[in-house]
Design a protein around this ligand. Structure first.
Ligand code: MG
Length: 241
């Protein structure tokens, strides 16, 4: 499903002009919350309104919002349901630069799989939000990334099923999911810097980025490294005495 049909160009060249080193269209994994959608930076206002607590975005150092906001189980369940209501989901703004970059990828013929850990009941509102903001994508995948209770709908795949897929590049903000992608699946991951993922990450397949604009340069560097590596491998085969 695509929210915005894009003509598929015969020449796989990104509009940003950086991508001159890969050999063809790529398959992209792109997370939704806090990568395309400005989600968690709206939560502070909700917590203050509902629970009278002030928590700064920069203080959200745990991916577990129950811990970051100091919520009881009951409070968290109320909060979780609230922020996944359609009117709340539809109110989020896109992360600056995300839609423009995804437009460029779609124009270049890349496949964009939006992969979210949102609960199954947020599906229709999520698709409506993507359409409202004209976010181009090839597939929309719901994954039980966080082993949430009640998320065993047929419309949600498991991490093991995700692990059978192939992606050339991923953009994620969850450190745990980034490690799964990088380590188990062998995917090169752009880890979108957020307060909850700032523990040191030392993995050759993970690169921290701070904006969508930065992703172009990071991809270019990565593709140049791969090209150089491929050339060296070929040279080793052809040039050895
Ligand atoms: Mg996310």
């Amino acid at each position: 499903m695509k929210t915005k049909e894009k003509p598929r160009g015969s020449v796989p060249m990104d509009t940003d002009g950086f991508d001159r080193h890969r050999s063809g269209p790529e398959r992209m994994y792109v997370d939704l919350d806090d990568v395309i959608s400005r989600t968690t930076d709206t939560y502070g206002a909700v917590i203050e309104r509902e629970f009278g607590r002030q928590v700064r975005f920069e203080d959200l150092v745990s991916f577990d919002l129950k811990i970051s906001f100091g919520l009881t189980d009951k409070e968290f369940h109320y909060f979780f349901d609230l922020v996944h209501q359609p009117d709340v989901l539809m109110g989020y703004e896109p992360v600056p630069g995300a839609v423009a970059m995804l437009d460029g990828w779609a124009d270049a013929g890349h496949e964009i799989d939006i992969v979210t850990g949102r609960p199954y009941f947020a599906r229709e509102a999520s698709l409506a939000w993507l359409e409202r903001h004209r976010v181009p994508f090839t597939d929309f995948t719901m994954v039980d990334k966080y082993n949430r209770a009640g998320n065993n709908s047929s419309s949600v795949i498991t991490k093991e099923q995700l692990g059978q897929r192939h992606y050339d590049l991923a953009v994620e903000d969850s450190r745990e999911t980034a490690m799964f992608l990088a380590d188990t699946m062998g995917v090169f991951v752009m880890l979108y810097d957020r307060p909850w993922n700032r523990h040191p990450v030392n993995h050759r397949n993970i690169q921290r980025i701070y904006s969508w604009q930065e992703i172009s340069a990071a991809r270019n560097t990565r593709n140049m490294q791969l090209t150089t590596s491929n050339h060296l491998a070929v040279c080793h085969q052809v040039c050895k005495p």
